[in-house]
Design a protein around this ligand. Structure first.
Ligand code: SF4
Ligand code: SF4
Ligand code: FES
Length: 314
Protein backbone atom coordinates (compact mmCIF):
# COMPACT_ATOMS: atom_id res chain seq x y z
CA UNK A 1 0.00 0.00 0.00
CA UNK A 2 1.23 3.49 -0.82
CA UNK A 3 2.49 5.62 2.06
CA UNK A 4 1.68 8.76 0.13
CA UNK A 5 -1.27 10.36 1.96
CA UNK A 6 -2.64 11.79 -1.30
CA UNK A 7 -2.58 8.65 -3.35
CA UNK A 8 -3.30 6.21 -0.57
CA UNK A 9 -4.41 2.86 -1.96
CA UNK A 10 -8.04 2.40 -1.03
CA UNK A 11 -8.73 -0.54 -3.30
CA UNK A 12 -8.34 -3.09 -0.52
CA UNK A 13 -10.58 -1.28 1.97
CA UNK A 14 -14.25 -1.88 2.68
CA UNK A 15 -16.74 -0.65 0.12
CA UNK A 16 -17.43 3.04 0.61
CA UNK A 17 -20.42 4.79 -0.96
CA UNK A 18 -19.23 7.00 -3.78
CA UNK A 19 -20.84 10.09 -2.29
CA UNK A 20 -19.17 9.79 1.08
CA UNK A 21 -16.65 12.50 1.95
CA UNK A 22 -16.82 14.10 -1.46
CA UNK A 23 -16.60 17.85 -1.06
CA UNK A 24 -18.55 20.11 -3.43
CA UNK A 25 -16.55 20.98 -6.49
CA UNK A 26 -13.87 18.41 -5.95
CA UNK A 27 -15.65 15.21 -6.83
CA UNK A 28 -12.79 14.03 -9.01
CA UNK A 29 -9.95 15.33 -6.92
CA UNK A 30 -7.99 13.46 -4.29
CA UNK A 31 -8.32 14.90 -0.78
CA UNK A 32 -5.70 17.60 -0.51
CA UNK A 33 -5.78 19.39 2.83
CA UNK A 34 -4.57 18.11 6.18
CA UNK A 35 -7.02 16.50 8.57
CA UNK A 36 -5.21 17.90 11.60
CA UNK A 37 -3.43 21.10 12.56
CA UNK A 38 0.34 20.78 12.28
CA UNK A 39 3.60 22.50 13.09
CA UNK A 40 6.28 22.17 10.43
CA UNK A 41 9.34 23.97 9.16
CA UNK A 42 9.64 25.57 5.75
CA UNK A 43 13.17 26.63 4.79
CA UNK A 44 14.04 26.50 8.50
CA UNK A 45 11.13 28.67 9.59
CA UNK A 46 8.43 27.32 11.89
CA UNK A 47 4.90 27.39 10.48
CA UNK A 48 1.69 26.67 12.40
CA UNK A 49 -0.70 25.19 9.87
CA UNK A 50 -4.42 24.78 10.41
CA UNK A 51 -6.67 21.87 9.49
CA UNK A 52 -7.17 21.73 5.75
CA UNK A 53 -3.78 23.24 4.92
CA UNK A 54 -1.45 22.14 2.15
CA UNK A 55 2.28 22.58 1.86
CA UNK A 56 1.63 25.46 -0.52
CA UNK A 57 -0.37 27.21 2.21
CA UNK A 58 2.57 26.71 4.56
CA UNK A 59 5.01 28.05 1.97
CA UNK A 60 2.85 31.09 1.38
CA UNK A 61 2.83 31.84 5.11
CA UNK A 62 6.56 32.61 5.13
CA UNK A 63 9.22 34.14 2.90
CA UNK A 64 10.58 31.11 1.07
CA UNK A 65 14.08 30.76 -0.35
CA UNK A 66 12.83 29.27 -3.62
CA UNK A 67 10.07 30.71 -5.81
CA UNK A 68 7.17 28.23 -5.70
CA UNK A 69 5.27 29.08 -8.89
CA UNK A 70 2.06 27.06 -8.44
CA UNK A 71 0.66 27.92 -11.87
CA UNK A 72 -2.45 25.75 -11.89
CA UNK A 73 -3.37 26.51 -8.29
CA UNK A 74 -6.39 28.68 -7.61
CA UNK A 75 -8.24 29.84 -4.53
CA UNK A 76 -9.46 26.63 -2.84
CA UNK A 77 -12.34 28.49 -1.23
CA UNK A 78 -13.82 29.01 -4.68
CA UNK A 79 -14.01 25.24 -5.16
CA UNK A 80 -11.44 25.26 -7.94
CA UNK A 81 -8.58 22.81 -7.52
CA UNK A 82 -6.08 21.82 -6.47
CA UNK A 83 -5.72 19.62 -9.53
CA UNK A 84 -1.96 19.05 -9.36
CA UNK A 85 -1.65 19.41 -13.12
CA UNK A 86 1.32 21.68 -13.79
CA UNK A 87 3.85 20.58 -11.17
CA UNK A 88 5.42 24.02 -10.97
CA UNK A 89 4.88 23.97 -7.21
CA UNK A 90 7.31 21.14 -6.36
CA UNK A 91 9.11 21.33 -3.01
CA UNK A 92 11.35 18.85 -1.25
CA UNK A 93 10.40 17.24 2.04
CA UNK A 94 12.61 15.12 4.26
CA UNK A 95 9.76 12.68 4.75
CA UNK A 96 8.38 12.16 1.23
CA UNK A 97 10.95 13.53 -1.19
CA UNK A 98 9.90 15.99 -3.92
CA UNK A 99 6.13 16.55 -3.89
CA UNK A 100 3.59 18.97 -5.39
CA UNK A 101 2.98 21.48 -2.62
CA UNK A 102 -0.43 22.64 -3.86
CA UNK A 103 -2.09 19.34 -3.04
CA UNK A 104 0.15 17.77 -0.42
CA UNK A 105 -1.35 17.92 3.10
CA UNK A 106 0.78 19.35 5.87
CA UNK A 107 1.94 16.90 8.51
CA UNK A 108 3.19 17.54 12.00
CA UNK A 109 7.01 17.89 12.25
CA UNK A 110 7.47 17.91 8.50
CA UNK A 111 10.61 19.55 7.10
CA UNK A 112 10.13 21.34 3.81
CA UNK A 113 12.74 22.99 1.57
CA UNK A 114 11.90 25.07 -1.46
CA UNK A 115 15.35 25.72 -2.87
CA UNK A 116 17.05 22.32 -3.01
CA UNK A 117 18.50 21.37 -6.37
CA UNK A 118 15.86 18.69 -6.91
CA UNK A 119 12.90 20.93 -6.14
CA UNK A 120 14.19 23.89 -8.17
CA UNK A 121 15.06 21.71 -11.14
CA UNK A 122 11.64 20.03 -11.03
CA UNK A 123 9.86 23.39 -11.07
CA UNK A 124 12.12 24.73 -13.86
CA UNK A 125 11.70 21.66 -16.06
CA UNK A 126 7.94 21.73 -15.68
CA UNK A 127 7.75 25.44 -16.46
CA UNK A 128 9.89 24.90 -19.57
CA UNK A 129 7.63 22.04 -20.66
CA UNK A 130 4.56 24.23 -20.32
CA UNK A 131 6.20 27.10 -22.20
CA UNK A 132 7.29 24.75 -24.98
CA UNK A 133 3.71 23.70 -25.53
CA UNK A 134 2.42 27.25 -25.59
CA UNK A 135 2.23 29.74 -28.43
CA UNK A 136 4.51 32.48 -27.15
CA UNK A 137 3.15 35.27 -29.35
CA UNK A 138 2.46 37.36 -26.27
CA UNK A 139 2.21 40.84 -27.71
CA UNK A 140 -0.87 40.10 -29.78
CA UNK A 141 -2.50 38.05 -27.03
CA UNK A 142 -5.59 39.33 -25.22
CA UNK A 143 -3.98 38.46 -21.89
CA UNK A 144 -0.68 40.23 -22.56
CA UNK A 145 0.42 41.95 -19.38
CA UNK A 146 -2.07 40.09 -17.19
CA UNK A 147 -1.05 36.50 -17.74
CA UNK A 148 0.13 34.25 -14.91
CA UNK A 149 2.36 32.22 -17.22
CA UNK A 150 4.00 35.35 -18.59
CA UNK A 151 4.52 36.62 -15.04
CA UNK A 152 6.27 33.50 -13.76
CA UNK A 153 8.41 33.22 -16.91
CA UNK A 154 9.61 36.79 -16.42
CA UNK A 155 10.12 36.34 -12.68
CA UNK A 156 12.20 33.23 -13.35
CA UNK A 157 14.32 34.88 -16.05
CA UNK A 158 13.33 32.31 -18.64
CA UNK A 159 14.97 33.49 -21.85
CA UNK A 160 14.46 30.38 -23.90
CA UNK A 161 12.56 27.24 -22.82
CA UNK A 162 14.97 24.32 -23.06
CA UNK A 163 12.52 22.24 -25.10
CA UNK A 164 11.90 24.85 -27.78
CA UNK A 165 8.91 27.04 -28.54
CA UNK A 166 5.63 26.28 -30.27
CA UNK A 167 5.76 28.67 -33.21
CA UNK A 168 5.08 26.56 -36.30
CA UNK A 169 1.83 28.05 -37.62
CA UNK A 170 0.84 24.78 -39.27
CA UNK A 171 0.87 23.12 -35.84
CA UNK A 172 -1.39 25.72 -34.24
CA UNK A 173 -5.05 25.00 -33.63
CA UNK A 174 -7.56 27.41 -35.16
CA UNK A 175 -8.84 30.07 -32.81
CA UNK A 176 -12.49 29.58 -31.86
CA UNK A 177 -14.06 32.98 -32.42
CA UNK A 178 -17.62 31.69 -32.75
CA UNK A 179 -18.99 32.99 -29.46
CA UNK A 180 -19.74 36.69 -29.14
CA UNK A 181 -18.57 36.55 -25.55
CA UNK A 182 -15.69 34.13 -25.13
CA UNK A 183 -12.79 33.48 -27.50
CA UNK A 184 -10.76 30.29 -27.22
CA UNK A 185 -7.16 29.99 -28.34
CA UNK A 186 -6.13 26.46 -27.41
CA UNK A 187 -2.55 27.25 -28.42
CA UNK A 188 -2.33 29.24 -25.20
CA UNK A 189 -3.92 26.59 -22.98
CA UNK A 190 -1.78 25.03 -20.24
CA UNK A 191 -4.42 22.39 -19.39
CA UNK A 192 -4.72 23.60 -15.82
CA UNK A 193 -8.40 22.64 -15.57
CA UNK A 194 -9.40 25.84 -13.80
CA UNK A 195 -12.00 26.67 -16.45
CA UNK A 196 -13.49 23.18 -16.37
CA UNK A 197 -14.00 23.34 -12.62
CA UNK A 198 -15.32 26.91 -12.73
CA UNK A 199 -17.89 25.89 -15.35
CA UNK A 200 -18.89 22.54 -13.89
CA UNK A 201 -18.39 22.84 -10.16
CA UNK A 202 -18.99 26.52 -9.47
CA UNK A 203 -21.38 27.66 -12.20
CA UNK A 204 -22.83 24.14 -12.50
CA UNK A 205 -23.31 24.69 -16.23
CA UNK A 206 -21.51 21.55 -17.37
CA UNK A 207 -20.27 23.02 -20.63
CA UNK A 208 -16.53 22.40 -20.61
CA UNK A 209 -14.47 19.25 -20.31
CA UNK A 210 -11.00 17.95 -21.02
CA UNK A 211 -10.99 15.67 -24.04
CA UNK A 212 -8.54 13.41 -25.86
CA UNK A 213 -5.38 12.30 -24.07
CA UNK A 214 -1.60 12.67 -24.03
CA UNK A 215 -0.33 15.34 -26.41
CA UNK A 216 -3.79 15.66 -27.94
CA UNK A 217 -5.43 16.72 -24.67
CA UNK A 218 -7.53 19.85 -25.13
CA UNK A 219 -10.47 21.68 -23.67
CA UNK A 220 -13.71 20.76 -25.38
CA UNK A 221 -17.44 20.68 -24.80
CA UNK A 222 -19.58 18.14 -23.00
CA UNK A 223 -22.21 18.20 -25.75
CA UNK A 224 -19.56 17.26 -28.33
CA UNK A 225 -19.87 20.63 -30.05
CA UNK A 226 -16.99 21.74 -32.26
CA UNK A 227 -17.29 25.40 -31.37
CA UNK A 228 -18.17 27.54 -28.38
CA UNK A 229 -21.23 28.89 -30.20
CA UNK A 230 -22.58 25.36 -30.64
CA UNK A 231 -21.93 24.42 -27.03
CA UNK A 232 -24.42 24.95 -24.21
CA UNK A 233 -22.46 27.90 -22.85
CA UNK A 234 -24.55 30.54 -21.10
CA UNK A 235 -21.81 33.15 -21.40
CA UNK A 236 -21.38 33.74 -17.69
CA UNK A 237 -17.69 34.46 -18.26
CA UNK A 238 -16.40 32.60 -15.22
CA UNK A 239 -14.08 30.37 -17.24
CA UNK A 240 -12.35 33.39 -18.76
CA UNK A 241 -12.01 34.99 -15.34
CA UNK A 242 -10.07 32.05 -13.89
CA UNK A 243 -7.95 31.22 -16.95
CA UNK A 244 -4.31 31.99 -16.11
CA UNK A 245 -3.33 32.62 -19.75
CA UNK A 246 -4.86 34.01 -22.93
CA UNK A 247 -6.51 30.70 -23.82
CA UNK A 248 -9.96 31.85 -22.75
CA UNK A 249 -10.60 35.56 -22.97
CA UNK A 250 -13.70 37.65 -23.15
CA UNK A 251 -14.34 39.12 -26.58
CA UNK A 252 -13.37 42.77 -26.64
CA UNK A 253 -10.16 42.04 -24.79
CA UNK A 254 -8.55 40.77 -27.96
CA UNK A 255 -6.83 43.46 -30.02
CA UNK A 256 -6.63 45.61 -26.90
CA UNK A 257 -2.92 45.03 -26.55
CA UNK A 258 -0.01 46.36 -28.53
CA UNK A 259 0.45 45.21 -32.09
CA UNK A 260 4.11 45.57 -32.91
CA UNK A 261 3.74 44.59 -36.56
CA UNK A 262 0.97 46.35 -38.48
CA UNK A 263 -1.61 43.90 -39.71
CA UNK A 264 -0.46 41.11 -37.41
CA UNK A 265 -3.22 40.52 -34.88
CA UNK A 266 -4.16 37.82 -32.46
CA UNK A 267 -6.77 36.49 -34.87
CA UNK A 268 -4.33 35.97 -37.72
CA UNK A 269 -1.54 34.75 -35.46
CA UNK A 270 -2.80 31.17 -35.83
CA UNK A 271 -3.22 29.25 -39.04
CA UNK A 272 -7.00 29.44 -38.98
CA UNK A 273 -10.03 30.71 -37.21
CA UNK A 274 -13.43 29.10 -36.79
CA UNK A 275 -16.78 30.72 -36.19
CA UNK A 276 -16.23 34.03 -37.93
CA UNK A 277 -19.20 33.35 -40.15
CA UNK A 278 -21.77 33.05 -37.37
CA UNK A 279 -24.44 35.61 -38.10
CA UNK A 280 -25.50 36.41 -34.56
CA UNK A 281 -22.16 37.82 -33.45
CA UNK A 282 -22.70 40.26 -30.58
CA UNK A 283 -20.34 42.39 -28.58
CA UNK A 284 -22.34 42.92 -25.40
CA UNK A 285 -20.61 42.32 -22.12
CA UNK A 286 -21.11 39.20 -20.06
CA UNK A 287 -23.01 39.56 -16.76
CA UNK A 288 -19.75 39.00 -14.89
CA UNK A 289 -17.99 41.78 -16.77
CA UNK A 290 -20.97 44.12 -16.28
CA UNK A 291 -20.65 43.64 -12.53
CA UNK A 292 -16.95 44.42 -12.75
CA UNK A 293 -16.13 41.10 -11.16
CA UNK A 294 -13.42 40.12 -13.60
CA UNK A 295 -9.66 40.16 -13.60
CA UNK A 296 -9.53 41.23 -17.24
CA UNK A 297 -10.65 44.77 -17.82
CA UNK A 298 -10.81 45.59 -21.54
CA UNK A 299 -8.67 48.53 -22.60
CA UNK A 300 -10.60 49.14 -25.78
CA UNK A 301 -14.35 49.13 -25.95
CA UNK A 302 -16.31 48.57 -29.12
CA UNK A 303 -19.57 50.29 -29.95
CA UNK A 304 -22.48 47.97 -29.20
CA UNK A 305 -24.91 47.21 -32.02
CA UNK A 306 -28.43 48.59 -31.75
CA UNK A 307 -30.69 46.24 -29.79
CA UNK A 308 -33.23 44.23 -31.71
CA UNK A 309 -36.19 42.14 -30.67
CA UNK A 310 -33.97 39.08 -31.05
CA UNK A 311 -31.74 40.39 -28.27
CA UNK A 312 -34.45 39.95 -25.66
CA UNK A 313 -33.13 36.52 -24.70
CA UNK A 314 -30.11 38.22 -23.25
S1 SF4 B 1 -18.93 31.19 -20.00
FE1 SF4 B 1 -19.78 30.15 -18.16
S2 SF4 B 1 -21.13 28.55 -19.03
FE2 SF4 B 1 -19.80 29.24 -20.71
S3 SF4 B 1 -18.10 27.81 -20.71
FE3 SF4 B 1 -17.48 29.58 -19.45
S4 SF4 B 1 -18.03 29.05 -17.33
FE4 SF4 B 1 -19.12 27.61 -18.71
S1 SF4 C 1 -8.39 27.33 -21.11
FE1 SF4 C 1 -7.28 28.45 -19.49
S2 SF4 C 1 -8.28 27.81 -17.56
FE2 SF4 C 1 -8.88 26.32 -19.14
S3 SF4 C 1 -7.40 24.65 -18.96
FE3 SF4 C 1 -6.62 26.06 -20.55
S4 SF4 C 1 -5.26 27.49 -19.45
FE4 SF4 C 1 -6.51 26.44 -17.90
S1 FES D 1 0.17 24.33 -8.69
FE1 FES D 1 0.69 22.38 -7.93
S2 FES D 1 0.64 21.11 -9.64
FE2 FES D 1 0.09 23.06 -10.45
Amino acid sequence: MSTDPIWEDTTTGADVPLTEDIAPGTANDPPAGSTEAATLTVDGQTVEASVGSTLLDACEAVETDGDVLALCSYDDEEQIGPRSECRTCMVETEEHGVVPSCSFPVEDDMTVSTDTESASEARDVNLDLILSNHNLLCTTCGANGRCDLQDVAIENDVEEPRYGVLHDRSQLEPIDDSSPFIQIDRNKCILCNRCVEACNDVQVEGVLRMEESGGETRIGFQNDADTMMDSTCVSCGHCATVCPTGALVEQGLVDATTLPVPGFTHKNSAEGIVGEDYERQRTQMTPMKREGDTRNEPRVSRPEPAATAEDDWL
